[in-house]
Ligand binder design. Sequence first.
Ligand code: ATP
Ligand code: MG
Length: 327
Amino acid sequence: MDHILSGIKPTGQLTLGNYIGAINKFVKLQDSGESFLFIADLHALTLPIEPEVLRTNSRDLAAFYLAAGLDPNKSNIFLQSDVSAHAELAIILQNYLYMGELSRMTQFKDKSSKMKEEAIGLGLFAYPVLMAADIVLYDSKVIPVGEDQVQHVELARDLVKRFNNRYGDVLVMPRAEVNKVGARIMSLSDPTKKMSKSDPKGDIYLKDDPAVMRKKIMSAVTDMEAHVHYDPEKQPGISNLMTILSCLTGKSFDEIEKEFEGKGYGDFKRAVADAVVNELEPLQQRAKQIIDSGLVDEVLEKGAKRANEIASGVLSRVQKAIGLYHK
Ligand code: ATP
Ligand code: MG
């Protein structure tokens, strides 16, 4: 059975982008292999975050994983910081990734662009090193991510090639698994930018009040074309809303275009708002029940136990291969 690996950073409230691009995909894949789905709390430290916020977000994230339908008997859900092999392996792998390639990463450029160099932490620059460690630690072949993370998975593939050329067949080659539709949900207020939980502009949060979700969708930026048509270049806002509707209802773009032929954007937006609320309102209720039930701690403990078993084996294999003393 293939291993599946992915994580989400507890940096802020989860967005509809995280749900469509990542969480929903994890649920669809969970019967095709053993999943290792972690809460990337070490990655969340790459930009300043308050301890209490980090703790709350981490617990919420685990609850939303479960509420979305991840079954703790099939998927291992755990905190990245509960498996020390992530940090240990990253220290080793940083010697096999280079400054030049790390400085070309889009995420680093985006996140550091508005910062003074003196304030950019080394961890933000080295983010893809830790992510490569996350990926290879579970011998995982399948890495479900949104489009923005594909570049990091490609870098992990380069690292595996480089490492195995030097030491033999030590690491398993991963590949990114990306949605055909919904790999990049855009901001509702600026549909040329990705929706991101750390950038509140144009986000729909999974925890938003349904009335707020509706309001955000009804005021989403569109265009003057006055027809519902999929064309991300000319109609990025409408195309983004069509993507959201398609992902949540299973309708194709053709079906959506036909359904709204001759109708105004108001009708179309109302249908998108209905689909979003129908999906997220029950999800919120389940997440709340899960938090109140105390299930999260139990699931995280069980997940970390299994994750540690696999990760410690892979870490030893790497240590042995590179000549660290091993009895
Ligand atoms: P941050 O702003 O802190 O980077 P984020 O919303 O980008 O937050 P991440 O924790 O970086 O979330 O990413 C978690 C997963 O969600 C990744 O697989 C990422 O590719 C996916 N993802 C993030 N944003 C989107 C989006 N707008 N559309 C589709 N997938 C997304
Ligand atoms: Mg991100």
